[in-house]
Design a protein around this ligand. Structure first.
Ligand SMILES: C[S@@+](CC[C@H](N)C(=O)[O-])C[C@H]1O[C@@H](n2cnc3c(N)ncnc32)[C@H](O)[C@@H]1O
Length: 225
């Protein structure tokens, strides 16, 4: 169980990688980003990639440690990734830099442009139109998430719960993106009503909201009521 005193910090591991780690824990036992470990076989038919639809410009508005951004870039999307936690963004930036220097991952990593900041204001201020806005906010857990993988526990320790996820959905719905894809745990209710498509994977569900004329704007209004 994460205790209040289990502060999450960023440090360099013995291999020179930045890692998220619980303060006081032995270096090398935290979560760093190493895209060489990502299995790319079969990604085009993965529920995440299918949920995101035709390849185009995609905003990953909840970048985290970049696992989903990397898969989407490998599948052919031009990914803009944004992360608001400076700790998490620093570890992802470090992993991306190494991936750009590695022949096997360079081309994919070059398709990811990372920004640090809050996606709500980023979307509202952007002149750019994305085909897809992808959201994977932290889902609040009631009890200790001992079953969650360590990187997820460390990111949660660094950022807490994303209790403003609905505001992020509304910002996305008010943009002119073609679709919004929201990743949710199987047991969780949808972030907003009216998903057009649902893709299930072993670990999560992807709720897809497709723009039909002004319909996404209507979703934003429905989610307010
Ligand atoms: C569950 S993690 C995302 C995991 C990610 N999909 C991956 O593959 O590693 C959620 C992340 O979204 C970030 N986040 C949540 N709301 C955000 C917002 N409005 N703007 C930017 N980042 C946000 C959190 O700080 C956290 O790092």
């Amino acid at each position: 169980m994460e205790r209040a005193e289990d502060a999450v910090v960023v440090q360099t591991d013995p291999d020179g990688r930045m890692e998220l780690i619980t303060a006081g824990e032995k270096a090398g036992h935290g979560a760093s980003v190493d895209f060489r470990r990502v299995t790319l076989k079969g990604i085009s038919s993965s529920p995440l990639v299918r949920a995101c639809g035709p390849k185009g410009a995609l905003l990953d508005a909840t970048a985290g440690l970049g696992g989903d951004s990397f898969i989407l870039a490998a599948a052919g999307f031009a990914v803009t990734a944004i992360e608001r936690s400076p700790l998490v963004a620093a570890v992802l930036r470090d992993g991306l830099a190494r991936a750009r220097a590695e022949p096997r991952t360079a081309a994919i990593a070059h398709r990811i442009e990372l920004h640090e900041g809050d996606a709500r204001s980023f979307i509202a201020g952007a002149a750019h139109e994305w085909a897809v806005i992808y959201l994977d906010p932290m889902y609040p857990v009631k009890s200790a998430s001992a079953l969650a993988a360590k990187p997820i526990r460390l990111v949660r320790g660094a950022v807490g719960d994303d209790l403003d996820a609905l505001q992020l959905f509304r910002a996305a719905a008010l943009s002119s993106c073609g679709r919004i894809v929201v990743k949710r745990p199987h047991h969780a209710e949808s972030l907003a009503p009216g998903a057009d498509l649902v893709f299930d994977s072993k670990l999560a569900r992807y709720d897809v909201y497709v723009r039909h004329g002004k319909a996404l704007r209507a979703s934003a209004q429905r989610s307010e009521s």
